[in-house]
Design a protein around this ligand. Sequence first.
Ligand code: NDP
Ligand code: 2IT
Length: 453
Amino acid sequence: MSAYVDELLAAVKAKNPAQPEFIQAVEEVAESLDVVMEKHPEYRAAKVLERIIEPERVILFRVPWVDDQSNVQVNRGFRIEMNSAIGPYKGGLRFHPSVNLGILKFLAFEQVFKNALTTLPMGGGKGGSDFDPKGKSDNEVMRFCQSFMSELQRHIGPNTDIPAGDIGVGGREIGFLFGQYKRLRNEFTGVLTGKGLNWGGSLIRPEATGYGAVYFAANMLETRKESLKGKTCLVSGSGNVAQYATEKILDMGGKVVTLSDSGGYIYDADGIDREKLAFIMDLKNVRRGRIKEYTDKYPNAVYASIDPTQDFNPLWNQKADCAFPSATQNEINEKDAQNLLNNGVYVVSEGANMPTTPEGVKLFLDKGILYGPGKAANAGGVAVSGLEMSQNSMRFSWSREEVDKKLQSIMKDIHTACVDAADRFGTPGNYVNGANIAGFIKVADAMMDQGIV
Ligand code: NDP
Ligand code: 2IT
């Protein structure tokens, strides 16, 4: 690494000591950008990367609510307005007990580059709360969302900052949040994406992240004149992204043999077919149950719990061709990456954000497998959010086929942008460098045009 990047990273670490995920995300991008900074001293002089690393604004607020037993509960709410150089802040909300400032800053930072890659005019943001929706009644979730939005509403708007879903925030939560925004502001507007179809939502938005990650894998395979047909795939998670990744893999003739949640994973050697996927969707989205219940219905499959203290995740230690990590950050460590390679996996398309640790990424890159990092591979979700915003502005809606076609074409463009940037800066086939460089240049050039702000 150049002295410039070393010094920059030392400063980021010193300034953000309790934010390991944020430091990890910055480190990966800064390493990719070393060669760009060499060629473009003007970016260094204008301290563009130093400015991108610092959020434009961080909002932290109290979220008090009353549970079903009439106890007062207090959570913490956040919104990170990271960068608005190319459009209004855009990015999801995460409700999970692990949420803290560092995790949301990593997600907001990644979002800036991802949104730039989509080709749509969206800046980057992220927010959420340490609220745990698990085990809460619908009424408790509603009261929490109403309290959360009572504060957030003064900071967001359809031309300012447009939140959406992420872990723990799906259609139900977006509905409660939208209802409260509308009540407080007295306006019906596209301030959130992922809305219901009959109140401003876009067709294909629920499917978009999972579908997009599979389209991205297909694009990578196409560079080797291959397809997903007949490929065995490992998918982790069983939420929004995992479900629709599974559906699209089936559409493309592949076979999915695993899914998981934070308790454990299922392995189904016969493959998870459409009927089994419908069971999972009902289990997870309606009954809000655990993946363990899959083996009650399909006893040929096996369930094993995942011990978080174990140094590897057995889900990644299965024979397969492709992997679609779709649960959470750092779910593939170095040992998992090695297990994947040992088991024949040569395509990894990240549905989740930063699911692979830096040591794991290094193994994938050294081996030269088709490795699509999250900020490129999972950009389909926010891309269709951008399409939802356009439809809201036009007061118009596109058909399922039209949105899907646009999604496919955006994923293809992202793939091409990554390949071109990786080629141009001397690391052909390296989608990590390609995504970081292509995303950065678009944002950096806009910041150069707009002066020191
Ligand atoms: P959901 O809440 O719908 O599903 C999350 C899934 O991951 C659940 O199965 C959950 O299990 C599992 N999971 C979550 N945290 C952990 C953990 N710490 N350890 C093990 N398993 C875990 O979220 P999404 O499907 O929306 O999000 C999944 C990933 O995709 C995240 O990284 C998110 O940032 C990313 N993403 C999402 C987009 C979207 O449009 N929704 C867009 C782009 C990226 P359990 O139920 O037990 O918690
Ligand atoms: O990480 C992500 O890209 C998302 N959670 C989706 C963001 C969005 O605004 O649709």
